[in-house]
Design a protein around this ligand. Structure first.
Ligand code: ME8
Length: 525
């Protein structure tokens, strides 16, 4: 019996450019939390994909003299490939140009329309194609969007969504739903934006073609953010008639114990303001929206939207024109996937902005992975091979070390709170601290000397080696979500199979298994 149903999503990525470190970062974060949740025996669904409609994609295609679908196919494949080289193990990958998605977007629109939240009007204002977002005059900074994107004046007939009517219910959510927006600092930002008053939102466009058609009016396409956000339910086979609901929609949305969206801080507003409003609009009309309590709607909206920070390169904003974009394909090719995964989450507090520099990358990898954990594994295997013919010694019953902290510490328990609150960097610090203690233990107890000190010395050396193997396997377990291939390698060195769908509750060390000859776990950079 599995514990909980957990739904985890990454943003769906725009197909107008090559994948970069930012995309890699969000996808790996989702993968880490997915793996962690699965190891805790939860039933997890991890969704990702590509965002393929909108003016931005149409424009990119035109500039390349291509059909939009051609560039969608090309770039969507690159994002799939990115997931594969990063060892990101998703359950499903949605493309918004797939009919399984467009059908559901139209269904979702119709629900919102039938609940009387959509009316026709005329939009006059600023639009940034790069952000696919509308901005008020008062939001512009030096004539540009707050993101720095160019804006253009739009004056077109469009359908409006009555976002202004959602201020109260959104404020109720922010106030009463714990962990709805994480980290906490971001909650304040969004809450004050909503408090300053919401305008109705233009949710259709009529001056270009590349989008999902508005039902019953083919002159309009649905605003790309309404289309894109719907991916989170279309991928689960959303159906608002619950008797017909696809099993996944029931399991991972309606009846999920936790629904978590990981996003970058730049797209938090779309997820924390528009998305819950759209979801509620698909269920309630204006009258039934009044007097709802947080309990009534809790299952209908996401549980957590976690906004991570942005990466810079050597302290500068990354951009194509500066040519300083960190290419995840290059980095993985040069250094390997696990070192990259490790650095992204060990070098920076998840939620804060991070900076990528080759020097920091090399220093962090060498100090934590090569010199610390890698060295521990290498030394331990060497001593076991040399002195114990490759067999892992047993801990003697009356050993002086029986209460040693390396044995009594349960590393998984130790990192549990950090992992569940997305403090990934703190969990990694705990693991590395424990690994340092194991290295100190090997130095202090000097098993290579003990083996030369007669029967008592050998017995003591056996105890030491058992404890070291135990410590290494605990570390490999705790590392499983972060650097899965490395963990597997370590288990393989010791000829031990990790449990199929969970952590070891008890590390079962089979003393009859022969360890493999010492091998290097990480190359020094
Ligand atoms: O926004 N550092 O797609 P996208 C960290 N299609 N993260 C970064 C980053 C950086 N330097 N640059 C970008 C979209 N990102 C929409 C999403 S979801 C329904 C639709 C992050 O390809 C950015 O914050 O532009 C975002 O979370 C993600 O990359 C996808 O960006």
């Amino acid at each position: 019996m599995q514990n909980k149903n957990i739904y985890i999503t990454s943003p769906i990525y725009y197909v107008n450019g090559d994948p970069h470190i930012g995309h890699a970062y969000t996808s790996i974060a989702c993968d880490i939390f997915t793996r962690w949740s699965k190891l805790q025996n939860n039933d997890v669904f991890f969704a990702t994909g590509t965002d393929e409609f909108g003016q931005k994609i149409e424009k990119a295609a035109k500039s390349l003299n291509k059909d939009p679908i051609e560039i969608c196919n090309e770039y969507s494949a690159k994002f799939k490939n990115l997931a594969s080289i990063l060892n990101v193990d998703y359950n499903d990958f949605i493309r918004t140009t797939q009919q399984r998605h467009t059908d559901k977007v139209q269904m979702f629109w119709t629900k919102i329309f039938d609940n009387n939240w959509i009316y026709k009007g005329k939009y006059e204002g600023w639009y940034a194609i790069r952000d696919e977002a509308f901005y008020d005059e008062k939001e512009l900074i030096n004539g540009k969007a707050p993101s720095g994107a160019d804006v253009e004046w739009k004056s077109e007939e469009c359908y409006f969504f009555k976002l202004s009517k959602f201020q109260n219910i959104l404020e109720l959510i922010y106030k009463n739903k714990q962990n709805f927006i994480m980290p906490q600092t971001r909650l304040n930002e969004i809450a004050s934006f909503v408090k300053s008053g919401l305008n109705d939102l233009c949710v259709s466009r009529s001056n270009f073609e590349w989008g999902v058609k508005v039902p019953n009016n083919t002159n309009h396409v649905i605003y790309v953010w309404l289309d894109a956000l719907t991916n989170y339910i279309s991928i689960l086979d959303y159906n608002s008639d619950s008797s017909l609901s696809g099993a996944n929609y029931k399991k991972y949305w309606e009846n999920a114990n936790k629904k978590i969206h990981f996003v970058g801080k730049d797209i938090l507003r779309f997820h924390a303001v528009y998305w819950p409003a759209f979801l509620l609009a698909s269920i309630y009309n204006e009258e039934s929206l009044q007097n709802l309590t947080i309990k009534d709607i809790e299952g209908e909206i996401p549980d957590t939207i976690f906004a991570h920070g942005w990466w810079t390169k050597d302290g500068e904003k990354m951009s194509k024109s500066l040519g300083n974009v960190v290419d995840p394909f290059e980095t993985v090719k040069n250094y390997g996937c696990d070192k990259f995964r490790y650095f992204l989450f060990a070098s920076n507090t998840f939620g804060n902005d991070g900076n990528f520099s080759e020097n920091d990358f090399i220093a962090k990898t060498n100090s934590d992975l090569v010199n610390n954990f890698g060295n521990l594994v290498q030394r331990t295997l060497t001593i076991i091979t040399k002195n114990f013919d490759g067999f892992i010694p047993q801990l003697s019953e009356n050993s002086d070390f029986i209460k040693h902290s390396l044995l009594t510490t349960n590393l998984i328990d130790l990192i549990n709170n950090d992992m569940n609150s997305f403090s990934f960097e703190k969990a990694l610090q705990e693991i590395i601290k424990y690994s340092s203690l194991a290295n100190e233990f090997i130095d202090k107890s000097a098993p290579w000397k003990l083996v030369k000190e007669g029967e008592n010395g050998i017995k003591k050396a056996q105890d030491v080696m058992f404890i070291l193997v135990f410590a290494i396997l605990q570390i490999a377990q705790a590392f499983q979500s972060f650097i899965p291939s490395t963990s597997k390698k370590v288990f393989d060195f010791f000829n031990i199979l990790p449990n199929q769908n969970g952590f070891y509750t008890n590390l079962q060390i089979n003393h009859k298994n022969k360890t493999n000859p010492p091998q290097i776990l990480f190359d020094r950079l």
